[in-house]
Design a protein around this ligand. Structure first.
Ligand code: CA
Length: 286
């Protein structure tokens, strides 16, 4: 089965019968196939160097770089960098061709300290007027531990947990005439240490299709919720194809033309008998 498809079955003993709810989510294009980043999981490389990714800075001696085995998400490899002083910024980067449209640049980092900058940038001065994009996300601590002023509360001194991976996401609107951009991830004029893994750059929206089967149990409702939003992306209660007060048509299928490709979704399916099935999309990395 290709990735991007989740099939989850919960078996429930109800007397002698086993009921099940099956939820299947796909996107078009599949999220993995839509990713324009090469070596996005940082696993490819040789001789201690990651493939495709390069490091750029005006002061190389300020940085120690790594392609760290066992330091990535799920114990995989990750890009690593340490900035020894605040004299200069430095970034792991790669270029890629783009077309006009709305994109998302997202990925994961973990950090000890430092101010992180993840950005998508490019300009084309061969066209008149020149076009360009510079879409940025700053994360992390802007205070180096040895510079912390006395009025900062103690709990703020702890800093980020270096074992925890945190997501970042940047919306990138590519204008007409811009044919190439650079994705950069690094430390912005602060001493610090950071690891990057599982980067994604692709269309800002994808088509999502949901198939739900009660496997013999009638379905009462299906909802798609987006993390951080109180309003469901989809609710069968508001779907004119789902008459009020009746079980949902089976097999149940719904297609949404444009859902955010950087969203984390919870699909909830409830049977007439009251069984609630929830799955997350995309699947959470262990
Ligand atoms: Ca990895």
């Amino acid at each position: 089965m290709r990735r991007g498809i989740i099939v989850m079955i919960i078996l429930m003993a109800t007397g002698t019968m086993a009921a099940a709810v099956e939820v299947n989510v796909t996107t078009d294009p599949p999220l993995e196939a839509a990713n324009l980043v090469q070596n996005a999981d940082m696993e490819q490389g040789a001789d201690g160097q990651p493939a495709v990714w390069t490091f750029s800075t005006a002061v190389p001696e300020n940085f120690t770089l790594g392609w760290a085995e066992g330091a990535g998400r799920n114990g995989s490899r990750a890009l690593h960098m340490t900035a020894h002083d605040k004299v200069m910024s430095g970034y792991w980067a790669q270029k890629m061709p783009v077309q006009a449209g709305d994109y998302v640049f997202r990925g994961y980092y973990r950090t000890v300290t430092g101010r992180l900058l993840m950005y998508a940038h490019g300009t084309n001065t061969d066209v008149q007027p020149a076009v360009g994009v510079d879409a940025r996300a700053f994360h992390g601590s802007s205070i180096a531990s040895f510079l912390v002023p006395v009025f900062v509360p103690l709990e703020a001194l702890a800093g980020p947990d270096p074992e925890s991976w945190h997501p970042f996401s940047v919306k990138v609107a590519i204008p007409e005439g811009l044919e190439e951009i650079t994705l950069s991830m690094g430390l912005y004029f602060t001493p610090g240490e950071v690891w990057f893994d599982d980067v994604w750059f692709g269309p800002a929206t994808v088509q999502m299709t949901l198939n739900v089967s009660g496997e013999g149990e009638r379905l009462e409702s299906v909802k798609i919720l987006r993390d951080g939003s109180a309003t469901p992306v989809y609710n069968s209660a508001n779907d004119p194809n789902c008459p009020t007060g009746q079980p949902l048509p089976e097999p149940f299928k719904v297609t949404l033309d444009a859902v955010a490709s950087d969203g984390v979704y919870m699909i909830e399916a409830k049977t007439v008998g009251g069984e609630l099935q929830r799955i997350r999309f995309p699947e959470e990395a262990e």
